[in-house]
Structures are given as structure tokens and as C-alpha cells.
Design a protein around this ligand. Structure first.
Ligand code: ADP
Ligand code: MG
Ligand code: ZN
Length: 728
């Protein structure tokens, strides 16, 4: 393991292992078969690459796509690792050279396509060598239950049997247990150990917006992501083409990607994207499998994805370098029927039902008003307990005042009932608003007593009511045609047995959230220097014909732009700089940094000694760390109002920062909180008692329990006090 750590630092330039990597490497070095399940960008490759460098013999890596293999081999070569690739796309000469380097034992890793294993030349090559490790990347391709089954993967089962003394490792980002079991079985793994990493990708900002004018919303979003790399996923080829046309007309650097283009054109567009020569790819779902590009800064879902699995995979293509990436989903009910139309074409009834259930879960995610991470990660079977992630739209939503919306609920529910529970939201709302449409007249619905009784709210507001009612299960939307239907609970509302609490003008809050999320990027590094380093990286990449991120990732460049290393040893201290890369590129990047520091008169960075004055100022703008700064100032005596003023945010935001701080087990100054609460001592005690009985996770339960007599702000403050006091 000492050796592994040394390789991690010297070759890859990283200081520490990520979660599970060390255990996995240990297990492989002990020659125990392993199945590794980690989200995209989690760091699966290192798990077999480090053992490959320690084993005496060869490690083969089976991978489904040539582009993926090329990319990996190039990255390894840049690190100074001898890795080779053998497949039919190579010229004779290159093939020979690669073959020889494997045959003579120079290459430590050999990347192969599954179909190559059927070739006599390859099998006899492998038999003539010492084969220590068989790695199967994207291992879910072997399972018919996976979303990406490949016939060629089937023959991998024999491989494990033919090389009994080697160790077998499967890698995948697919989480369903059924596929996992299938993979272990089909690969003939021997007493495999399964490693499942958390599916929480903390650096992805998750956001869902009701789709109104998708183009305008996209433009708005892109304004906050100038010069950044991103992917926009659309439902149809037609949509891809027209969006590409419109955006490039407006000067955006975009390329299309879909099955209607020739292979050649698709590959070209993908390549331009990988090399940072095109900023935005507009694609149907077909795009991304072979992409290891680490600096994708955003993913927009222009249309609703078919299921959470695809959604998760697609957003997972962003932020592989660990820096913040923004994921926006534009959600409309019209998209549901579009997808349903395709599902209905399926012949197999079971398949159809399963597709509908998947779609249903996706819709639930989009509609949910709790932390998105909670919904997403729980879907994959992980119990995610954090209530506030601080990196999703719902968490950052300002605390909305709950009000009594029983009357609009009754109006809407009775309209649904009186029109026979067969119409969708648009129609029901038209009736409520007294629209004079042919459809309403031909149904005679203008004669209903509910006709035109809803004019106190506008269309948008009624739509947000519908969404709230669905979440509260006093209304259901049938997936097939989108018609609204009543539930058992609806009758309690109609019969006045139950009050409905909810929000008015929810949509306004959501627009605000978008603005907030776009602006608050990580600004803890020197952006000007970062751009200079990026430019230099691009130059070198073009000279060498390799993708820029293969030289250094964005993350590594931001670290340089934060710490201003001035010499080899401090450059080696930067994450992502190993010995080989230091030798290849160290001087070039150092001279950019040194020149910059000289021009700007910036103090020099000494390893170990942080340039605290600079970084502290910058911390202020970094939303991830802001809550710590805020809480520290609070503890030093600043009031909540003063902090809101200083950081230009609303009071509830400051309170949420304090909550987050306390959730990490730290303490805050209680007097600063009690000053703000205007409750009697008895009430205090009652709320604490309610926390004890009901738990603190659902404030809305407690709010309702006290019949709105204790405000949400007070509840939040009391919850903080309760958590701090409990630990004393
Ligand atoms: P996956 O195959 O799981 O999608 P990769 O193996 O491509 O992910 O790794 C994603 C990124 O994370 C790469 O840029 C990789 O170099 C980086 N990485 C992996 N392990 C570490 C680590 N221990 N420390 C820092 N970065 C790491
Ligand atoms: Mg990978
Ligand atoms: Zn959240």
C-alpha cells in the first residue's frame, strides 16, 4: 500500500485517495475479484491503474468504445505510463509497435475492445504472457438488464475461466442491484467483493425550472456561463438542429450531435468539443458515453429525460474535475405525453409498464419540493439523510410563507369533479378562468357553476397550485394523458374536513433562484491567471494534438491560480501535478505564473504557508465556504441583520448558513438567536417538546401542529438552539 500511495503522488500527482479507492486497490493487490460501483467522475480508473503499475505482469482493460480507450491511453502516456491499445482502427505500423510493446512486457496496460478477444492473435498473445489483471470497464454492458447491453461483452465470461491466476475487476456507474448481480455472475467472478461508493456528487448544482419559453430560459442560463463548456440534451433530432441553428446564429459556439448525422460528422463534432474548440454540444441522449472530458461546466435538459437513470448519467458528465457544475432541467407536462407516446409503441407489455414506472419516478423528482439530492440519491437506494445540501434549487429557495389555500383547492377540485375527471390542467384552468373557447362551449362547461370562479389568480398561479396539490396527493395526474383525477384525500378537502396549506406565487421564487445559482460560482481563485493558464494549455494541446484536459484538468489550473506556485517543488504540491507532467509542462506553466505575479506584484506562495490575506477575501464570494465565514462572524458578535447586509442576502439565508454550520457539529452563539424570537417561555418549551417527539427534520409538521402560531423563522431558530443545546 505504501507503493500505491507513492504512485498516487508521483505519477498522478494526487495527495490522497478518494473514498473507497484505497480499499479497492488493496483488494485487487490481494488478487480478490472486485466489482466497483461509483458514479461517473468518481475515480474508477485509478482503482485498476495503480495495481497495474504494481503487478509484474500485464493488466488488460476491456472497454466498449474506441474513443474511450484512446482517451485513457493518451492520459496514461501523459503521465508517463506505458499503455497500449490494440484494435482494428489502428494502422498496420502502429498496431505492430503496440503489439511488440505488449509482447516484450514494456506495456503495463493493454486496452482492448471486447470483440478483439475473439481473435486468435490476441488470445495467443495473452496466453504467452503473465496476465495479472482483467479489468472490465463499463461492466454493465454485459447485463441484459442494463440500459446499454452489448452482445460482444458476452464472451468476457470465458476470459476469467481461461486465466484463473489473474484477478478480475468490473467497473460501472450503474447502480441497480439486479445489474450488479448479473455482472458478477456473467463475468464468472470468484467470491467477488462489491464496493459501492456514494452516488452523491456534491459539486453538481441541481435545478429544475418549469418550462415556459425554453429558448429564452436557455439564453438566460447561458449568459451566466460565458466561455464555458456544456451539453444541452434535447428529445429529438429536429430540436437539436433548430437549437443549434438558433444559438450559433446568436454567436454561441455550438455543434449538433445525433443519430441522423454521419459517423464522421458526429466524431468530428465530439472531437471539437473534447478539444475545447467548440463550447456547447447540443445532443440527443446518444451523446456522452465515450466522453471523459473533465471540464464540462453545465448540462441543460431542454426536455424531460425518460428516467432518473439517464438523467443522473447525463448530469454526471459535468463536473468530473470536482469543480462546481450547473445542471438545469426544464420541465413541462407536455413532455410527459411526448415520452408516453414513444413508450406506447413498445410491444412488450412488461417493458411498457416498466418504462412508465421509470418515467413516473422522473416526474416525481421534477415535482418535488424537498432537497433534490435527497430524492435523487434515495432513488438509487442510498439513505441520504442531509436535509440541506445547499447545492440545489429547493435548498436555496427562500423560506416561503405557508398560507391557507383551501379555497382555491376546493374550487379546483370541484371543477375537476364536475367535468368528469378526464381533462388536463390547462383545460381545467381555462374553465376556472372563464375562457371563451370552442372546446368549453362544445362541452357545455360554460354552464357549470364553477365556470369563471377562479379569476382572483392568474394562469401561472393556478398551475403552481396544481403542482402543489399533486405533491400533497389531493390530486393525481394520470400519466397517460395528463388528466387530473381526485383522490380519497380530495373529498376531505371538498367536505371541509381538511385545511390545505401552501404557497402563493411560487413561480416568482423559482426565477430568483436561477439568478442566484448562476452567479455564485467558485471564485476562490484568480480568474485572470486561470484564463492565461487555460490559453497556454490550449496552445500546447493543439501543438500535440491532444485534448487540453489531458495536460491538466481545470481543477489543477484553478489550484495554480489560487496558490501561485513559483518553483518545481511548490508546483508538485498542486493536486494533479505528478513527476512526469512536471517534467513535460512544469516550466511552461511556471513561467506564465511567474510573469503574472511579477506584473501584478503578487506575493509569493511558500508551501505550507498559505497566503491567508488574499484567500480570505476571496472566500467571501465562495458559496460553499461562505456559511463557515458567516457563522464565525456571528459567533464573534455580528447580528443576523448585519450579516445579511454584509453578504447581500436575505435573513433566512443567513439562518440556513447557521443551520448548516451547526449540522456539522459546531456551535453557534445562542444569545444572538434568542434575541430574535418573540415567544413565551411556555411556547419555547412546547416547541422543544415537539422536536423531541416528532424529530427536527420536518418543520412543516411542527408548523402545522402549532396552527401557524409559531413562524417558520422562529422554528428554524429554535431548531438551531435545540441542536446546540442537545450537545452540551
Ligand atoms: P470514472 O471513471 O469513475 O468516471 P475517472 O477515473 O475518469 O472517473 O476520474 C475522474 C477524475 O477524477 C479524473 O480527472 C481523475 O484524475 C480524478 N481523480 C481520481 N482519483 C483522484 C484522487 N484520489 N484525487 C484527485 N483526483 C482524482
Ligand atoms: Mg471511467
Ligand atoms: Zn438540496
Amino acid at each position: 500500500m505504501e507503493k500505491a500511495k507513492k504512485i498516487l503522488k508521483d505519477v498522478f500527482g494526487y495527495d490522497s485517495f478518494r473514498h473507497l479507492q484505497q480499499e479497492i486497490i488493496q483488494n485487487i493487490l490481494n488478487k480478490n475479484d472486485s466489482l466497483v460501483i461509483m458514479p461517473t467522475g468518481g475515480g474508477k480508473s485509478l482503482c485498476y491503474q495503480i495495481p497495474a503499475l504494481i503487478f509484474d505482469g500485464l493488466t488488460i482493460v476491456i472497454s466498449p468504445l474506441i474513443s474511450l480507450m484512446r482517451d485513457q491511453v493518451e492520459q496514461l502516456r501523459q503521465l508517463g505510463v506505458n499503455a497500449a491499445l490494440l484494435n482494428s482502427s489502428l494502422s498496420q505500423d502502429v498496431y505492430r509497435v503496440n503489439y511488440e510493446s505488449v509482447k516484450t512486457g514494456k506495456a503495463k496496460l493493454l486496452y482492448l475492445a471486447p470483440e478483439s478477444l475473439a481473435k486468435e492473435e490476441i488470445t495467443s498473445l495473452l496466453k504467452s504472457l503473465r496476465l495479472d489483471c482483467i479489468t472490465v470497464d463499463e461492466a454493465h454492458c454485459i447485463s441484459e438488464w442494463g440500459h446499454d447491453f452489448r452482445k460482444d461483452y458476452r464472451q468476457l465470461g470465458i476470459l476469467r475461466k481461461n486465466f484463473p491466476s489473474s484477478v478480475c475487476i468490473g467497473l460501472t456507474a450503474t447502480a441497480t442491484p439486479r445489474v450488479q448481480d448479473d455482472v458478477m455472475k456473467n463475468l464468472n467472478m470468484i467470491q467477488p467483493k462489491k464496493f459501492v461508493a456514494s452516488f452523491n456528487r456534491e459539486n453538481l448544482f441541481l435545478q429544475v425550472l418549469p418550462k415556459r419559453d425554453a429558448f429564452e430560459q436557455t439564453m438566460d442560463f447561458l449568459k451566466g456561463h460565458k466561455n464555458q463548456s456544456g451539453i444541452i440534451y434535447c428529445f429529438s433530432r429536429k430540436q437539436v438542429d433548430s437549437l443549434h441553428e438558433d444559438l450559433s446564429y446568436l454567436g454561441y459556439s455550438t455543434k449538433p450531435y445525433h443519430a441522423g448525422l454521419s459517423d464522421e460528422e458526429r466524431n468530428k463534432n465530439q472531437d471539437l468539443f473534447i478539444k475545447d474548440e467548440v463550447e456547447i454540444i447540443i445532443a440527443t441522449i446518444a451523446f456522452g458515453m465515450g466522453i471523459n472530458k473533465s471540464n464540462v461546466r453545465f448540462v441543460i435538459h431542454y426536455d424531460l429525460p425518460k428516467n432518473i437513470e439517464s438523467y443522473y448519467q447525463e448530469i454526471g458528465r459535468s463536473g468530473r474535475d470536482g469543480l462546481r457544475a450547473d445542471c438545469l432541467l426544464l420541465f413541462s407536462y407536455a413532455d410527459i405525453s411526448k415520452i408516453n407516446y414513444f413508450i406506447d409503441q413498445k410491444e412488450d407489455e412488461l417493458e411498457m409498464l416498466s418504462a412508465k414506472a421509470h418515467l413516473n419516478a422522473m416526474v416525481k423528482y421534477a415535482e418535488s419540493d424537498i432537497c433534490r439530492r435527497n430524492t435523487l440519491i434515495n432513488y438509487f437506494g442510498e439513505s441520504y439523510q442531509i436535509e440541506y445540501c445547499g447545492m440545489c434549487d429547493n435548498c436555496l429557495a427562500e423560506e416561503k410563507e405557508m398560507v391557507d389555500i383551501t379555497i382555491p383547492a376546493q374550487k379546483l377540485l370541484s371543477t375537476v369533479k364536475r367535468t368528469g375527471e378526464i381533462f388536463g390542467a390547462n383545460y381545467i384552468i381555462d374553465v376556472l378562468l372563464g375562457e371563451e373557447s370552442d372546446r368549453i362551449f362544445s362541452n357545455g362547461h360554460q354552464k357549470l357553476p364553477v365556470y369563471a370562479i377562479g379569476n382572483e389568480y392568474d394562469k401561472k398561479q393556478w398551475h403552481t397550485f396544481v403542482n402543489q396539490f399533486i405533491r400533497k396527493e389531493i390530486l393525481v395526474r394520470e400519466l397517460e394523458f395528463g388528466s387530473l383525477k381526485l383522490t380519497k384525500k380530495s373529498y376531505d378537502v371538498l367536505l371541509k374536513k381538511e385545511k390545505v396549506l401552501g404557497f402563493i406565487k411560487e413561480s416568482k421564487a423559482i426565477t430568483k433562484k436561477l439568478k442566484f445559482s448562476v452567479k455564485s460560482g467558485d471564485q476562490s481563485y484568480d480568474n485572470e491567471l486561470f484564463e492565461l493558464l487555460r490559453k497556454k494549455r490550449k496552445e500546447i494541446a493543439e501543438e500535440n494534438g491532444i485534448p487540453p484536459y489531458v495536460i491538466f484538468t481545470d481543477k489543477t489550473l484553478t489550484q495554480m491560480a489560487k496558490h501561485y506556485p513559483q518553483d518545481d517543488s511548490s508546483l508538485l504540491g498542486i493536486s494533479g501535478v505528478g513527476i512526469n507532467k512536471l517534467e513535460s509542462y512544469g516550466n511552461v506553466f511556471l513561467s506564465v505564473i511567474k510573469r503574472y505575479c511579477f506584473q501584478k506584484n503578487i506575493q509569493i506562495y511558500h508551501p505550507g504557508k498559505k497566503t491567508t490575506s488574499i484567500s480570505r477575501q476571496r472566500l467571501k464570494n465562495n458559496s460553499d465556504l461562505r456559511y463557515t465565514l458567516v457563522s464565525e462572524s456571528f459567533n464573534k458578535g455580528a447580528s443576523i441583520e448585519e450579516l445579511a447586509e454584509e453578504y447581500k442576502v436575505k435573513l433566512p439565508t443567513i439562518i440556513s448558513y447557521l443551520e448548516r454550520y451547526v449540522n456539522e457539529g459546531k456551535k453557534v452563539r445562542i444569545e444572538g438567536l434568542t434575541q430574535r424570537i418573540s415567544l413565551s417561555k411556555e411556547k419555547y418549551a412546547k416547541v422543544f417538546e415537539a422536536f423531541r417527539v416528532e424529530g427536527t427534520s420536518m418543520l412543516s409538521n411542527i408548523y402545522e401542529k402549532f396552527n401557524n402560531e409559531v413562524s417558520y423563522e422562529d422554528l428554524h431558530l429554535l431548531r438551531i438552539i435545540y441542536s446546540v443545546a442537545r450537545d452540551i
